[in-house]
Design a binder for this molecule. Structure first.
Ligand code: LLP
Length: 413
């Protein structure tokens, strides 16, 4: 466990979080490097013995220091934009271990990815394939691709994070995909080396992914029988994490073991694109209580972090545990934990039993390493918070707090 209480004070690894809040200010995102590396290695180790590439999904947290940590540990990367590729390169990631996913790649992004020499594209439409082929032709290069298959499997997650049903914008319908591979033979700068799928995010049961894998393995058999040299299966990301103490998140090693069982004797390289399960549990958002307020019917804890810092509760009604940096032993209180932004949707928790904190007290919003800072905005002209990386008893600011000048950068009157 990377976040633990020692003598009533909350620690990240061997650093008291109150020390970070005192020196870096609040709100502040804090990440445990140990937790990130442990999760990455859980994937990598479970895939030992078969050709594989763990491609961390950059969208979950694209901070350079985190990309660098993962690059040094040997991770590949799953990107969905030119900007994410730029970050990977800046962080020292190896472009030849990058897969480019996403439904709307622009010509400029495709050209940039080819110039950097990425591993492959996960293409989501026939029109996109033609575009990649034309740009590769202009550059005089050949590139591997997989079609992202929409397997029509219900991922059983929040509707905004499910992607594998026929009605979703993602991928190519499994019943059409063989025709697309067939027609792609005429594209001389593309090689059909893979198949890919990603059915959704925050999956607390792996059975939808196993159902999708069954469909994908049958597809690989049919494609090979028609003469396509399929060498890899990209299983996407999606493994859920425990946001509530009662959540039973799948264990990474067990998930990979079941996946491996599906591939047995298929002679396929496995690619996997985990995001949340690598960085989610590794991050907390520290916030200071500004005020307490009671309407008689309702109790509010007003804190200095808001929906612009962490939009997940407002956008997906997601639950994040909120715990005090110092345990007091006082009885809890049922309250809404809200931020300073002028919206009723600006809450971090509603009707939650939390510690009976007072103005000046510090709290940690838990499990925010994934889709936390990356979805932060400057709404209400609030500066985005700094980020801190902890390594054992050391910590450092890896992104400074924005200033008012940052808020108006690039603007003209
Ligand atoms: N690969 C592809 C093609 C994806 O679209 C995604 C996530 C991943 C991999 C990584 O999935 P993960 O292992 O992190 O579940 N903002 C939302 C999550 C959106 C996920 C989008 N795609 C949230 O805060 O829950």
């Amino acid at each position: 466990m990377s976040f633990t209480y020692e003598q009533s004070a909350l620690y990240c690894e061997a650093v008291a979080l109150a020390d970070i809040a005192a020196r870096a200010g609040t709100p502040v995102y804090v990440y445990s490097s140990q937790s990130i590396l442990d999760s990455f290695r859980a994937y990598d180790d479970a895939l030992t013995g078969i050709p594989h590439m763990v491609c961390y999904a950059v969208k979950a947290n694209s901070t350079l220091a985190i990309l660098s940590l993962l690059a040094k540990a040997g991770s590949g990367f799953d990107i969905v934009s030119g900007g994410e590729l730029f970050r990977v390169v800046k962080a020292g990631g190896d472009p030849s271990r990058v897969v480019f996913s996403g439904v709307g790649k622009t010509p400029e992004e495709v050209d940039y990815a080819l110039a950097q020499g990425i591993h492959s594209f996960n293409a989501e439409s026939e029109a996109e394939l033609s575009l990649i082929d034309a740009i590769a032709n202009r550059r005089g290069v050949k590139v591997s691709f997989a079609l992202r298959v929409n397997p029509d499997v219900d991922a059983v997650t929040h509707p905004y994070t499910a992607t594998g049903l026929r009605d979703h914008k993602f991928g190519i319908d499994i019943s059409d995909v063989e025709g697309v591979y067939e027609r792609a033979r005429s594209l001389k700068n593309l090689v059909a080396h893979g198949v890919s799928c990603h059915i959704g995010s925050q999956l607390l049961s792996t059975s939808p992914m196993m159902d999708a894998s069954d469909k994908m393995m049958a597809l690989v058999g049919r494609l090979r029988a028609s003469g396509h040299c399929i060498q890899y299966f990209d299983a996407g990301g999606g493994l859920g994490v425990s946001y509530k103490p009662a959540d039973q998140a799948p264990e990474i090693g067990q998930f990979i073991a079941s996946l491996r069982a599906k591939l047995a004797a298929k002679d396929l390289k496995v690619m996997i694109e985990p995001g949340r399960s690598i960085v989610g549990p590794a991050g907390v958002l520290l916030t200071r209580v500004l005020y307490r307020k009671s309407t008689g019917r309702k109790e509010f804890v007003i804190v200095d972090a808001a929906m612009n810092d962490l939009i997940r509760p407002a956008l997906y009604q997601s639950h994040h545990e909120i715990i005090p940096l110092r345990e007091t032993g006082r009885a809890g209180v049922v309250a809404d934990v809200v931020g300073p932004v002028c919206e009723t949707g600006d809450f971090l928790a509603r009707g939650r039993t939390v510690a009976n904190v007072m103005p000046g007290d510090l709290m940690a919003v838990c499990t925010v390493g994934a889709y936390g800072f990356v979805q932060a905005s400057n709404y209400n002209s609030r500066t985005r918070p700094p980020e801190v990386l902890v390594e054992g008893s050391q910590w450092r600011v890896v992104r400074t707090r924005e200033t008012y000048d940052d808020l108006i950068r690039g603007e003209q009157i």
